[in-house]
Design a protein around this ligand. Structure first.
Ligand code: S3P
Length: 449
């Protein structure tokens, strides 16, 4: 078997081109790999650790740019967080209501989770003033989804376009509890409101149209908050005020990062990969169900529970994929995996339809337009729909120049598509992957042998 050639070209010390050239024949992916810690759980462990009494110990933290943004924001407000590493991070919490007013703007970088969840804490710190911002992508993403419910709770928030866009300024207030019927299934919205409710007397409830990821609910309970879930109507109630106590958190591997290898293993002929220690929380496993519908051969091995989250090793073997329809309540359970699912669909027989995914338009990039444009440059047949995509599989991909649009998941999805393309693919601005998966290229080289 001749090896594939994977090269990284650094431009002006910042931007990186990832160049992928695979041999014509005899190329397959093999190995046992691990993916970095779950991004959603990493953010929450740092935040709840910072707001708890006592010490929180975090094992397996994601060392990506996004959790680094969370850590630096909370450090700027008084939490003591040891140097970030995967072995053990210690967070010395300051207790609810005790965030210090930072003398400078809090910068959430590229991270919507940092900004939106943090707003819940800031809005409820009466008498303190905060300013928050992010990079150009985050400054163009909608904040009204969290600003509106916080205003209903009594928050005072100012910003561009009637406080719908960051930078935002927040004058902390004593808030009142609400029952919020969220128009969208969003864990960031749900979590922001619940976190704002932590220091309020009474019941703060969020109801959502479909169930979104429930890591906040699980971790809030583990830290000592009273959380009541009504699964029949997708509602969560936090009974405040809460007292949070530092805990030991073990972060499982991120299924959103594992998704790249699951698709790679499924589409590259004769491949077999095992991705170890992946979180399989049922609110995140839509990708496994979608790939199963497409006929992918994925087995869950060594299933276990680690620190309140279900975990397994995932074995994938290549197989012939068929098209499927993905829509409705599965969408929030695989929302971040849709770009790489589109790559799987490009190599499946028939036309795959993805609907009810308008949310993709307000992620780190407009993931409907960018996924369609970039895969089409390689020869795919992806048709944009207002709320999704129609992907007709079966046309071979040809390597060419593509661009991440500085979106981590687009950069990595294009790299997976490149593994099954003829010729050389150059992914511009591939450094975006470091937001959630700094070692992506190293693992890519490892599995390509
Ligand atoms: C996240 C929730 C999701 C997801 C994001 C992480 C979280 O966003 O896309 O990557 O950690 O709460 P939405 O809540 O906007 O759907």
């Amino acid at each position: 078997m001749s090896p594939s050639v994977i090269t990284i070209e650094t431009k002006e010390n910042i931007s990186q081109n990832l160049i992928i050239q695979t041999p014509q024949a005899g190329f397959s992916l093999k190995g046992r790999i691990r993916v970095p810690g779950d991004k959603s759980i990493s953010h929450r462990a740092l935040m709840l650790g910072a707001m708890a009494h006592g010490v929180t110990q975090i094992q397996g933290l994601l060392l990506g740019e996004d959790p680094r943004s969370t850590a630096s924001c909370f450090q700027a407000m008084g939490a003591e967080i040891s140097e970030l590493n995967t072995e053990l991070v210690q967070v010395k919490g300051i207790g609810l209501g005790n965030l210090l007013e930072p003398p400078d703007v809090l910068n959430a970088g590229n991270s919507g989770t940092t900004l939106r969840l943090m707003l819940g804490f800031l809005a409820s710190h009466a008498g303190r003033f905060f300013t928050v911002t992010g990079d150009s992508s985050l400054r163009s993403r909608p904040m009204s989804r969290v600003v509106k419910p916080l205003q209903q709770m009594g928050a005072q928030i100012w910003g561009r376009k009637e406080a719908t866009l960051a930078p935002l300024a927040i004058q902390g207030q004593s808030l009142k509890p609400i029952h919020y019927n969220s128009p969208i299934a969003s864990a960031q919205v749900k979590s922001c409101i619940l976190l704002a409710g932590l220091s309020i007397e009474g019941k703060t409830t969020v109801t959502e149209p479909e169930l979104s990821r429930d890591h906040s609910e699980r971790m809030l309970r583990a830290f000592g908050a009273e959380v009541v879930v009504n699964p029949e109507i997708n509602s969560v109630t936090l009974i405040g005020p809460a007292q949070l106590t530092g805990q030991k958190v073990i972060v499982p591997g991120d299924i959103s990062s594992a998704a790249f290898w699951l698709v790679a293993g499924a589409i590259v002929p004769d491949s077999e990969l095992v991705v170890e220690n992946v979180g399989i929380n049922p609110t995140r496993t839509g990708i496994l169900e979608a790939l199963a519908m497409m006929g992918a051969d994925i087995q869950l091995e060594n299933q276990r529970e680690v620190a309140g989250e279900p975990v397994a090793d995932l074995r994938v073997r290549s197989s012939r994929l068929q098209s499927c329809t993905i829509s409705g309540d599965i969408i929030p359970r695989l929302i971040d995996e849709i770009p790489v699912l589109a790559v799987a669909a490009v190599f499946a027989e028939g036309t795959t339809t993805i609907r009810d995914a308008t949310e993709l338009r307000v992620k780190e990039s407009d993931r409907i337009t960018v996924t369609a444009q970039q895969l089409n440059k390689m020869g795919a047949k992806v048709n944009e729909l207002p709320d999704g995509m129609e992907i007709t599989g079966g046309t071979p991909l040809i390597g060419t120049d593509v661009d991440s649009h500085t979106d981590h998941r687009i950069a990595m999805s294009l790299a997976i598509a490149a593994l099954n393309a003829h010729g050389t693919t150059t992914i511009h601005r591939a450094e975006a992957a470091s937001v959630s998966y700094p070692a992506f290229t190293t693992t890519l080289q490892q599995v390509c042998g």
